[in-house]
Design a protein. Structure first.
Length: 132
């Protein structure tokens, strides 16, 4: 029998904790914006080995895979959705569709919601496509 590890678990750096909380707040703001626009949030923070989708929203036969980006400005948030990240989101969306065949006949779209202080969130429908 091995003795228990005497070292206490490491706590995340305060900066990482603050960034995590800011991300959750941004996702809440994005979900509220989409809900007000008539979308139903189907899933939050859907994780796969390929990547994570922040929000999956549905409205009238359309399934939107939504990336939420929070930065100091809306422009900085827009530039933060990189081609590499887009590919990871597309791969995660494919995993979602395989696990949820009930959405197989929905129209699909990849959106972004940009969040910055002192600005309303900005929804960009069709921010990128699956060919990314």
């Amino acid at each position: 029998m091995t003795p228990p590890d005497p070292t206490p678990p490491r706590r995340p750096a305060p900066r990482r904790v603050a960034a995590f909380r800011a991300g959750l707040t941004a996702e809440d703001r994005a979900a509220a914006l989409l809900t007000a626009a008539g979308y139903r949030i189907v899933a939050r923070r859907f994780r796969t080995p390929h990547g994570e989708i922040d929000l999956i929203a549905e409205r009238r036969g359309l399934l939107a895979f939504v990336e939420v980006k929070a930065r100091a400005t809306l422009d900085a948030a827009a530039y933060a959705v990189t081609p590499r990240q887009q590919k990871r989101i597309v791969d995660a969306a494919n995993a979602w569709l395989m696990a949820h065949p009930e959405h197989a006949n929905f129209d699909l779209r990849f959106d972004a919601v940009l969040v910055a202080p002192r600005a309303p969130p900005l929804h960009l429908p069709g921010a990128f496509d699956a060919g990314a």
